[in-house]
Design a protein around this ligand. Structure first.
Ligand code: HBI
Ligand code: FE
Length: 291
């Protein structure tokens, strides 16, 4: 059993074998469309100058601000023409192997529901705002599109090798909470950050978290937290460089990782490239949006 309202153990009634459900766009209420507009407007006050160019250009290319929740029948042809990806609806979190199979086939599973008006700032499960606003703009980039497909294929393999936790950390610290260095400084590309008003600012500007150069095996060993702002962000050089890393054979990497201890979240190690050595003051105050 699960605490989350939208998690099921097998496809719920009305879902296909691959867990997809119709978007049923006509059924969203005015309040639900308004929630999208509120969240979209709020992020667009924050993200210029903070989100990376690829994200901002992808958002524009997909035209996700036509009023209310995007209709996938309208959005998907645009995305598919750019990188061959499409977005499908699922009821909520789906089992790992189902998730990986969708990604390996360039289908991004999005929650069908949108958060309630009293959950604008925080919810633990991915809703359509996190999934579409957060993830889909990056999928317009050919290198990022290839990275996500490779992740899906790698997931299928990691599951059979028992190294899923290593791969899940890579996803967490790139796709969800990644930063990138561009000519003007650090920029956000992670979906968990760009879809959060508070973490969009915290991730770049708060003195608390460490900001360290991305190194594949280092990241694969680093623990993470799912319930609060991150204590460490990893900075990639470029999406191309990230893609190149994942085209490596992970087999020998996994072999090395098997004997290694996990790295604590707040650790700064001798080999780390340090952008910011964080004070960790936010976490020390007890976190969870402490003032
Ligand atoms: N399901 N809908 C959905 N979205 C996710 O991001 C997701 C998932 N199932 C599993 C999962 N993520 C992760 O556990 C994998 O990345 C390991
Ligand atoms: Fe996500």
């Amino acid at each position: 059993m699960s605490d989350f309202e939208h998690v099921f153990e097998s496809p719920p009634e009305g879902a296909a074998a691959d867990w997809t459900i119709p978007q049923d766009w006509a059924a969203y209420s005015a309040v639900e469309h308004g929630t999208w507009d509120t969240l979209y407007g709020r992020q667009m006050k924050i993200l210029p100058g903070r989100a990376c160019d690829v994200f901002l250009q992808g958002l524009k290319a997909l035209d996700l601000n036509t009023g209310g929740i995007p209709d996938f029948a309208v959005m998907n042809p645009k995305l598919q023409a750019l990188t061959g990806w499409t977005v499908v609806c699922v009821p909520g979190l789906v089992p790992d192997e189902v998730f990986f199979d969708h990604l390996a086939n360039r289908r991004f599973p999005s929650g069908q529901f949108i958060r309630k008006p009293d959950q604008l700032d925080y919810l633990q499960e991915p809703d359509i705002f996190h999934d579409v606003f957060g993830h889909v703009p990056m999928l317009t980039d050919p290198d990022f599109a290839a990275y996500m497909e490779a992740y899906g294929k790698g997931g299928q393999r990691a599951a059979s090798l028992g190294t899923l936790q290593n791969l899940a950390r890579l996803y967490w610290y790139t796709v969800e909470f990644g930063l990138m260095e561009d000519a003007d400084g650090l920029r956000i590309y992670g979906a968990g950050i760009v879809s959060s008003a508070t973490e969009s600012v915290f991730s770049l500007e708060d003195p608390s978290p460490n900001r360290l150069g991305f190194e594949l095996e280092r990241v694969m060993r680093t623990l993470y937290r799912i319930d609060d702002f991150q204590q460490v962000y990893f900075v990639i050089e470029s999406i191309e460089a990230l893609k190149a890393e994942t085209l490596k054979d992970f087999g020998p990497i996994y072999q090395r990782l098997i004997g290694e201890d996990a790295i604590p979240i707040e650790a700064v190690l001798p080999g780390d490239r340090i952008f910011t050595r964080g004070t960790q003051a936010y976490a020390a105050r007890g976190g969870r949006f402490a003032a």
